[in-house]
Design a protein around this ligand. Structure first.
Ligand code: E4P
Length: 312
């Protein structure tokens, strides 16, 4: 009888848990874990965290300090359970401010250091805006590794590779959501899934141009999207879908392979090209803006919660 799909996937792709839920991380034993402002809000609200959250809120200098302290507290706990990277996102409010992103990223790394977690274990997540990509380029020069998120358009992927970032997170499910909303009756199953196609194109471009940047597919709506990307460098998967893969048996075929790539010279994308291509790509423009808004919405909820706890 064939093995379960999750065990087979682990043979060809580094499996990452997309959650701040410690129990789920214990259960699925991923190599890395990713969080975002929405996942930190969920994790902060989990039973058993309130007391510690209140302590953090009371000790913090201000709300920004409290927010980062919560993210690093959860991230440090995760880092003791996974052998690889833990991704922690910089405040969504800074998505268009290179200098403020740099300052906040450096302070997150320092904070992790105080918890005994070294920079080699952390990926600082930054939205793949032009300003975010510039910040990531500088952070990488300083030895701070980055994960460029909210990546929907090919121009974002090109600019990130150019900037030499450690990892990109091209979103799959949110691209599918956008296309489904535009064309509710279209068939987006299997290889017709526009999110799956986007990751394949980025993967082939990176491998074909010899970029070292890791491609980590993110934001999945169903197991089929994950299976269609088997072989991708990394895939970050929610606990619900990790459970579905672990509970399903059947053959799994590698779909992406770096060996097929024919290497060409790297290409440079200037700011005007990035902005032009993004403007031409309505899906990427909509989803990047909406993604920042949604992360900010959840971040504000956490700010309100921490503010209440601070007042006591
Ligand atoms: C991970 O890096 C992403 O933030 C996450 O996969 C987004 O998933 P969602 O589209 O289900 O919110």
């Amino acid at each position: 009888m064939a093995d379960d799909l999750l065990s087979q996937l682990r043979q060809m792709t580094t499996v990452v848990a997309d959650t701040g839920d410690i129990d789920a991380i214990r259960r699925f034993e991923p190599t890395d874990a990713t969080t975002n402002p929405s996942l930190i809000l969920q994790a902060a609200q989990l039973e058993g965290r309130r007391e510690r959250l209140a302590d953090i809120a009371r000790q913090a200098a201000d709300i920004d300090d409290a927010l980062d302290a919560v993210a690093v507290e959860i991230g440090s706990e995760i880092s003791s359970l996974v052998p690889g990277y833990v991704s922690t996102e910089v405040s969504a409010r800074l998505s268009f401010d290179t200098d403020a992103t740099l300052a906040r990223a450096r302070s997150l790394i320092e904070r992790y250091g105080r918890h005994g977690v070294g920079p080699e274990r952390i990926l600082i997540k930054v939205a793949a805006t032009w300003e975010g990509i510039r910040a990531a380029q500088q952070l990488e020069r300083e030895g701070i590794q980055t994960n460029l998120t909210l990546l929907f358009g090919f121009a974002q992927a090109q600019a990130c590779a150019d900037a030499g970032v450690t990892l990109v997170s091209p979103f799959v499910g949110r691209i599918l959501d956008w296309h489904k909303a535009q064309s509710p009756d279209a068939d987006f199953s299997g290889d017709n899934d526009p999110g799956v196609r986007s990751v394949k194109r980025i993967y082939e471009h990176y491998k074909g141009h010899g970029y070292d940047t890791i491609v980590m597919g993110a934001s999945f709506r169903n197991a089929g999207e994950i299976l269609a990307l088997a072989g991708c460098d990394r895939l970050t998967i929610s606990p619900a879908l990790l459970g579905e893969l672990a509970d399903t048996r059947g053959p799994l075929t590698r779909r992406l392979s770096a060996q097929d790539a024919e290497t060409r010279a790297p290409e440079s994308l200037h700011e005007s090209d990035y902005r032009w291509h993004m403007n031409e790509d309505a899906m990427a423009t909509d989803k990047l803006a909406e993604g920042i808004r949604k992360f900010m919405e959840d971040q504000r909820k956490l700010e309100v919660l921490l503010g209440e706890l601070r007042r006591g």
